[in-house]
Design a protein. Structure first.
Length: 125
């Protein structure tokens, strides 16, 4: 089973036989993953899954755990389309995350986040 995912910690615990691709912006996180699951088939890529190319019809599953709420609906839609192409015909996308109660609320929260990041000189993503 080939598994494209955004949280290899989660998947490696569930299926020790899975071939996992972990994409993360943090090299420290990837190093920790490599140490923790040294006996597993895990390919580590330091980068953004928005930018890393995915091969078409290649993965049986993609998993995202509590991450995509950081991104706008437009950013997520672009990623969902990319994942749809990358998944096999019987592939699954598992999304475990927080959701705003409405599109208006999501816009408000993102606006507040951008204001805080600007005021504090932060670049989170």
């Amino acid at each position: 089973m080939k598994l494209e995912k955004m949280d290899a910690f989660f998947t490696a615990r569930l299926n020790g036989e899975a071939s996992v691709v972990e994409i993360d912006l943090s090299s420290d996180m990837l190093a920790a993953l490599k140490r923790k699951f040294a006996d597993r088939k895990i390919k580590l890529i330091c980068g953004s899954y928005f930018d890393v190319p995915f091969e078409a019809n290649h993965f049986d599953a993609a998993v995202s755990v509590e991450l995509l709420h950081h991104f706008t609906a437009a950013q997520k839609l672009k990623l969902y389309k990319k994942l749809n192409i990358a998944l096999t015909g019987n592939g699954y996308f598992v999304l475990i995350d927080h959701f705003a109660e409405s599109e208006e609320a999501e816009c408000f929260y993102f606006s507040e986040l951008e204001q805080l990041k600007s005021e504090q000189g932060l670049c989170l993503y």
